[in-house]
Design a protein around this ligand. Structure first.
Ligand SMILES: Cc1cc2nc3c(=O)[nH]c(=O)nc-3n(C[C@H](O)[C@H](O)[C@H](O)COP(=O)(O)O)c2cc1C
Length: 306
């Protein structure tokens, strides 16, 4: 495995004094690559930069954050977790990677079970708080007064206000670097039907799962996009070009519609008239939206118009 100690072929070449002929100018100070001028090397496109290997895990973040609940000898604990992943479809297995020092490691080792609770944005600040405290010092359920309900198959409590819950028995424990990978068999899975059908619905905002970006930043899914299914025998290049052209056409139509709306809005504003907000896509009209509100029914009359 390549770590910081072995920087890879590009930097090795630089260390050997090779590749200087091809050094990219202009952005050289930001650009870590050097390369020999041969046909074998294809440079990354402009604007691509190397970042430290530790960023690999950040790039893989963005899946739903979960709250891992555990219970052992009458005590319960909860910790937020971003490093969770499906591991196998048949049999269904999921994995959670927990840093060795966490109290949750002991709780899972002892009880051999855990639950994953999928919080939604109304629990945003709870999630951050729960990640700043360790259960070996405080009772986080008592501190946060989170409401819980009884799990179907395990003793760990399930947290209300979440969008889904997975109860797991531990199948395997794999020490891995400074973490422990717990492989879990899902024993029971429950979902809020407003949040999840056969997949996340991306419906009401307060029902969408939270996605952890790092530090204290989170996001949620914004919209569902459907890719066209290629028909058997489609030539891949022709198919992709055709779909791209269709998407561009849709984008063009949307742009034209937006320009039309803007024109209409400009005329209304020039005439000092109120505008029917409901008929306009305000998301597309950020600058004008503010001005329209000034011209609303409670606004002072302008040019003698109501
Ligand atoms: C959003 C978020 C995601 C986190 N993801 C993980 C994770 O995947 N693995 C981990 O070991 N710690 C993770 N942490 C840190 C633990 O949740 C934190 O150290 C917590 O206090 C541990 O609690 P415990 O000692 O009671 O088990 C995360 C923290 C936050 C806020």
């Amino acid at each position: 495995m390549r770590g910081d100690a072995d920087p890879g072929p590009f930097d090795r070449l630089r260390a050997n004094g090779e590749g200087e002929r091809g050094r990219r100018t202009g952005k050289a100070e930001r650009h870590l690559y050097t390369w020999p001028v041969t046909d074998e090397f294809r440079l990354p496109p402009e604007g691509i930069e190397r970042v430290p290997p530790a960023f690999a895990s950040r790039l893989l973040m963005g899946g739903p954050v979960t709250l891992v609940t555990t219970s052992y000898r009458g005590k319960s604990n909860v910790m937020p977790l971003a490093w969770g992943a499906p591991l196998s479809g048949s049999p269904p297995l999921i994995g959670i990677s927990v840093e060795q020092s966490r109290h949750s490691v002991d709780m899972i080792q002892h009880s051999q079970e855990f639950a994953l609770n999928f919080p939604t944005w109304p629990l945003l600040h709870h999630v951050q708080y729960l990640g700043a405290m360790s259960g070996d010092r405080i009772d986080k359920f008592e501190a946060t007064q989170l409401e819980t309900f009884t799990a179907a198959r395990i003793s760990a409590p399930l947290i209300e206000g979440c969008a889904a819950w997975i109860e797991c028995a531990v199948e395997q424990v794999i020490p891995i670097g400074d973490h422990v990978l717990f492989v879990g068999v899902p024993l029971a899975v429950q979902v809020d039907r407003e949040a999840f059908g056969e997949r996340w619905l991306v419906g009401a905002e307060e029902k969408r799962p939270l996605h952890f970006l790092g530090a204290n930043q989170y996001a949620h899914l914004d919209r569902v996009m459907e890719a066209r299914m290629p028909a058997r025998g489609d030539a891949p290049e022709a198919f992709l070009a055709e779909r791209l052209a269709e998407e561009l056409e849709l984008t063009r139509e949307a742009r034209e519609r937006r320009e039309e709306q803007l024109g209409q809005l400009r005329e209304e504003i020039e005439a000092g008239k109120a505008v029917d907000l409901a008929s306009l896509s305000l998301e597309a009209l950020p600058d004008f939206a503010r001005r329209v509100q000034i011209l609303g029914p409670d606004a002072p009359a302008r040019d003698g118009n109501p």
